[in-house]
Design a protein around this ligand. Structure first.
Ligand SMILES: C[S@@+](CC[C@H](N)C(=O)[O-])C[C@H]1O[C@@H](n2cnc3c(N)ncnc32)[C@H](O)[C@@H]1O
Length: 259
């Protein structure tokens, strides 16, 4: 990993704020480009050659400059759909045991947030195939992933219920309103025993999906809600932050049964 910032790198500018939490901007480092923040302009060209973790003085404050993490990029991705948050994506991916070299099918693509996280987990020897029925979202996700330089994700315009062309799939991920409609296709394309992880925002969807999965040849069904609570730390008083993302959705994990 490079120590210094280069032209063309994505960089995260972070302004610490006492009560509200940090204000963050995701920028592309370019010579001659000025980026306007809430505390003043930052000359992005002047970052070139400086080390990651450096501080930049702007008119009314100080920005720290970091190489963006997967979570930073997912949170800042251009979006026209609800996205999967890093906390949920992390759980879904680890729980499903996705490894470098795997073939993963996911959908709907939406803004491409989960597709991006999966692309890093399968690595250059693996592949993510992501299906989306809505051409507008399909195009937007294409642009998002192109900008991030992602090469191991194939975005397909198609319906997960009827159009999955891949076979011997190592793991499948669904984030869509009616995931139970994809169960027959998932059974057909997944390898024996392979994981299916589903994200749903409501309890009604959990029940409908879990019952259909149980009746449709899936087992080891588990449902969780992933809660992440931040803490404010200072010398006088350390306590839970008053604000948190209280609800995103639920994760239902399962495995394809055979025999
Ligand atoms: C909440 S968004 C997915 C967000 C995505 N996981 C992300 O992290 O950016 C749900 C998407 O599923 C798509 N969708 C719904 N039913 C579908 C189907 N049968 N096949 C493919 N895509 C579908 C919708 O058009 C929508 O874009």
């Amino acid at each position: 990993m490079a120590v210094e910032i280069s032209e063309g790198d994505l960089a995260l500018l972070v302004f610490e704020r006492r009560r509200k939490g940090p204000k963050k901007y995701l920028v592309r480092v370019e010579r001659g480009k000025v980026f306007h923040t809430h505390l003043g302009p930052v000359d992005l060209g002047e970052l070139i050659g400086r080390r990651w973790g450096c501080s930049v003085e702007v008119k009314k404050g100080i920005a720290r400059v970091f190489r963006p993490t997967t979570a930073d990029i997912m949170e800042k991705l251009g979006r026209k759909t609800q996205i999967i948050y890093p906390k949920d994506a992390a759980y879904m991916i680890i729980k499903s045991g996705v490894r470098p070299g795997d073939l993963v099918v996911e959908g709907g693509t939406g803004s491409g947030s989960l597709a991006y996280a999966l692309s890093l987990s399968v690595g250059p020897t693996g592949k993510v195939v992501s299906y989306e029925v809505n051409p507008k979202f399909h195009e937007m996700a294409k642009e998002n992933l192109r900008r991030l330089g992602v090469r191991n994700v194939e975005l397909k315009l198609g319906d997960l219920r009827t159009d999955i062309a891949e076979r011997d799939v190592d793991a499948m991920f669904l984030d869509m309103a009616a995931p139970w409609e994809v169960l027959p296709a998932a059974r057909e394309v997944l390898k024996p025993g392979a994981p299916l992880a589903v994200f749903v925002p409501s309890c009604e969807q959990i029940k409908k999906f879990a019952v259909a999965a149980r009746d449709g040849g899936f087992g080891h069904i588990e449902v969780v809600e992933v809660l992440v609570r931040g803490y404010e730390v200072n010398e006088q008083r350390t306590r839970p932050a008053s604000r948190m993302i209280a609800h995103t959705g639920f994760v239902v994990t399962s495995r394809k049964l055979v025999d």
